[in-house]
Design a protein around this ligand. Sequence first.
Ligand SMILES: *Cc1c(COP(=O)(O)O)cnc(C)c1O
Ligand code: SF4
Length: 444
Amino acid sequence: MSPAHHPALEASPRFRAFTPRDLDGLLRRVFLSADERLALRAVSSVLPFRTNSYVVDELIDWSAVPDDPIFRLTFPQAGMLPEPDLKQMADLLSQEASKAEVLRTAHEIRMRLNPHPSGQLDANVPVHEGERLEGLQHKYPETVLVFPRQGQTCHAYCTYCFRWPQFVGESELRIATDDIATTSAYLRAHPEVTSTLITGGDPLVMSTEVLSRYVDPLLEIDTIRSIRIGTKSLAFWPYRFTTDRDADDLLRLFEKVVASGRHLALMAHFTHPQELRPPVVREAMRRVRSTGAVIRCQGPLVAGINDSAEAWAELWDETTTLGAVPYYQFVERDTGPQGYFGVPLARGHQIFRDAYARVSGLARTVRGPVMSAMPGKVCVDGVAEVAGEKVFVLHLIQARDPSLVDRPFFAAYDETATWFTDLKPAFGASEFLPGLGYLEHRTR
Ligand SMILES: *Cc1c(COP(=O)(O)O)cnc(C)c1O
Ligand code: SF4
């Protein structure tokens, strides 16, 4: 089934997905030269492109395109590919090369974009009775991530998406429906797991009926105290909570989880305050909160979209006003178009601090900038001078090895570093902390 024809999406009369074949038509709204159009087609032959009627009609301010943040959030930009790769693909398209040749070149370019950073696919896959549970990740003792098979697409794709390989068919991240029983068995065998995060893609592209098949069994496991659902639907398709055919059923499912005595958190991905402006988002948030679920907001800091203290202060203030809780500000991961969207850690921390200093204490629940790296969630606390050396001060919010959590450590200051693997221990040390070495090395 192609993601564009997902049944849950079609159930809503107003939903219309736009895919690469619609790109030329959509771009007629903007003045672009023939070369610029060709470049955007070249990018969308390599990286995923998908947007929808709500994003196009309600979120994007077309008078501000190409600078509009939501345009940049879902439409390709020439800088997303390295120059030589962009030129190679643009040349193929302008010469009307065969489809096979375009696909082969696209695959080669993707393989150079570090498609599987931090060993995500291998390192965190749990094993139950000798069998690898693909589609689960167990990285921190108390939390297991579940990737439902039918939830591995989104209502639109973020241009900076770190899970981009799965949207262009370059990843086999899959959980089969009949694995729900094995998932339950694994969770029962691991009572230290108290929290499950159902994620994707976006699990709320699934119908409520299919989502229930994943949620209901969790309510039978006493040791599971909280259920989180990672979603961008509030931003990309808020009708999922208001007028979609099974929107009310979804709210009833949320109520059932809350009534079971568990904490239900909608981990809402928001990138820019412009996503909060349409009245339907506010209505959707009101409805979700009325079920007793908590909305927690997170998103990455990305160049050209939200790399300003104004954007973050407004986002945190506005989500707090709407009763939601700011949670994480992420650092863009070292994959795909990171070269284009990545913000150096030093500048990222400055933006975080300037925004944090402006908002009410109620919004200072947010942590960041945070790198979800191999050893765990690394938070950049700031820049300081220690013993005459300029250093980054960091700590782990979450770690594979819980003994490393919440212990300050130092990295040599580097104005250009954009990811954990760019950092070296300060003071010429060989490790950041005993047991936290210079673990990862860049693959590009
Ligand atoms: C962020 C994250 C979690 C959740 O971590 P919390 O600090 O509990 O929010 C779980 N698993 C992975 C792989 C993550 O990146
Ligand atoms: S919502 Fe998440 S998974 Fe979906 S495209 Fe955006 S970043 Fe990727």
